[in-house]
Design a protein around this ligand. Structure first.
Ligand SMILES: CC(C)(COP(=O)(O)OP(=O)(O)OC[C@H]1O[C@@H](n2cnc3c(N)ncnc32)[C@H](O)[C@@H]1OP(=O)(O)O)[C@@H](O)C(=O)NCCC(=O)NCCS
Length: 234
């Protein structure tokens, strides 16, 4: 078998919780670290773009880089979209974006209620490895489960899901599993090898599809496993 040096294998895992009792919250950083998690209640394209670009720069988050401000704003203003921000002594350390606005079109939407996707989650590099991520994931997943308490007429959450891949941080998958998320599908794909160091500043195509000519692999913005993906067996 020939190996194309211009390509790499990327594995994507899809994980979910199907009941609030699935969540295992984690011990967070010491209180003396001064970490607080606050919801950014005013939708702000600029602030969300800062969080997304700062957290995602070294893990190849590229799909939203070309979004103009108006598109960010429209995305954030949908009822059920929430941005939770972790601060360490007043400095933004990371965030979780919850998308409870998009319809759950997957075959897994079998029970009454609304699904919430953890659409983006992560820490700025300087804040990783000190229990902030475990704490923010546990806290944020709990907010996904009680989202109906904050939005009038919203049905209770019936499923919290996300996807992560080998391009994310080395401990991302384990963190999700340790907080009680279960893998329900896995995809393995060949993609162009890692982009050049400055590629994150290169706009990918507008919208959610892959950039046609750029050596970027935009993280899919909104998708459940494709029909060909395998049920998880790992
Ligand atoms: C993934 C990420 C959120 C983890 O946050 P963190 O603050 O660095 O990690 P923590 O110190 O809180 O540890 C959280 C969990 O990660 C795992 N982990 C962290 N460091 C680890 C290590 N050295 N070895 C093994 N597992 C480790 C553990 O499961 C740990 O929880 P546990 O001790 O209860 O099992 C963070 O590193 C990050 O933002 N990375 C880049 C962006 C990203 O990958 N986002 C998530 C995917 S979309």
């Amino acid at each position: 078998m020939t190996v194309d040096p211009g390509m790499r294998t990327v594995t994507t895992w899809y994980l979910e919780q199907t009941a609030p009792g699935d969540l295992r919250e984690a011990p967070g950083p010491e209180p003396s670290a001064g970490v607080r998690i606050v919801r950014a209640q005013v939708p702000s394209a600029e602030f969300s773009r800062f969080l997304y670009a700062s957290v995602g720069a070294d893990v190849e988050w590229t799909d939203r880089l070309p979004w103009p401000g108006a598109r960010w704003q429209e995305w954030l203003e949908r009822p059920g979209v929430e941005t939770w921000v972790a601060y360490e002594r007043g400095t933004p350390a990371g965030f979780m974006e919850l998308d409870g606005a998009s319809p759950d079109t997957s075959a897994r939407a079998t029970r009454p209620g609304r699904a919430v996707e953890i659409s983006y989650f992560g820490l700025l590099p300087a804040f990783r490895g000190r229990r902030i991520g475990a704490h923010l994931l546990g806290f944020g997943a709990a907010r996904a489960w009680d989202m109906a308490e904050r939005w009038p007429d919203r049905e209770p959450t019936n499923r919290v899901w996300l996807h992560t891949c080998t391009k994310d941080g080395p401990h991302a998958l384990r963190n999700y599993q340790r907080r009680g998320f279960r893998i329900f599908a896995k995809e393995v794909a060949q993609e162009p090898a890692a982009p050049a160091a400055n590629a994150s500043a290169t706009p990918a195509s507008a919208g959610q599809g892959p950039a046609p000519a750029a050596p970027l692999v935009p993280r899919p913005d909104r998708r459940e496993p494709s029909q060909g993906s395998r049920p998880a067996d790992m």
